[in-house]
Design a protein around this ligand. Sequence first.
Ligand code: AMP
Length: 300
Amino acid sequence: MIVAHTIAEVRRALAELRRKGQSIGLVPTMGALHAGHFSLVEQARSECDAVVVSIFVNPIQFGPNEDFSKYPRPIEADLAGCRQHGVAVAFNPSPKDMYPTERMTTVHVETLTTTLCGAHRPGHFDGVTTVVTKLFNIVQPDFAYFGQKDAQQALTLYRMVQDLDMPIEMRICPTVREASGLAMSSRNQYLSDTDREQALTLSRSLKLAAELIQCGEKSAESVVEQMRQLIRSNDLDDIDYISVVDPATMQPISQVDRPVLIALAVRVGPARLIDNILLDQAGNEITMNCLFRIWQHSVR
Ligand code: AMP
């Protein structure tokens, strides 16, 4: 595995792969890699000749009072994991290499970024779309892999690629969970045993939402209220949002009369955790790929 620390180094490594005619899959990450990240790597390996993993804690997607400085950076363990999973190139640049001068350009996606995490983390998605555009320009991958765990991010980037005609196949992979149901996240490292126990309520509340809709509940407000009650009953009061949105626009809807994304962000101990579930209008869980097929079908 080649470990590239600068843009020049990664470009050199990739030129060599391209010269050999290899297709390239990119998995952008912020490191502290876990099984969720490696599921993206495995998916990339099944479709591409060479997999590039970027490991970069992107300063411009963190707000001033967020966890940028304490975000975990276990780089040696991450590189070992990449080696084990057959990654061809690990790209681990420094902030100085990615942002050498004051930046005058920002990539901004409208509408999709105004709600959920976009409403609670001003500037966050501009940071994400800008860094991912830079990574796309640096690596020039044929395929790029993202997780549904960050559904708003995945759909925003999907839209960015469409709107800007970026020649990249986007793949959105399912959320990997611990056996308990807790969605894997680098931020789970912040949790104590008690926090972890409490955090289980998040995935349970998403399950509850699916069950309610399966039983015929159509009112988004009622679904949100019952989720809120379940979460509060486990002593979690710091809820950023619980929301039922149309995944095409990320705007809240009042009736479950189409596929819906139910998403939440809740503070558990020192961590702000997010999770979501994608449901068809009968309340059955669907994947993003399934959603894209439904959309394509309805356009025809
Ligand atoms: P991060 O390092 O948190 O920025 O995540 C890098 C990529 O891995 C993003 O596309 C995430 O959506 C994805 N990811 C993070 N956690 C999971 C998970 N539990 N299951 C699937 N993908 C994930």
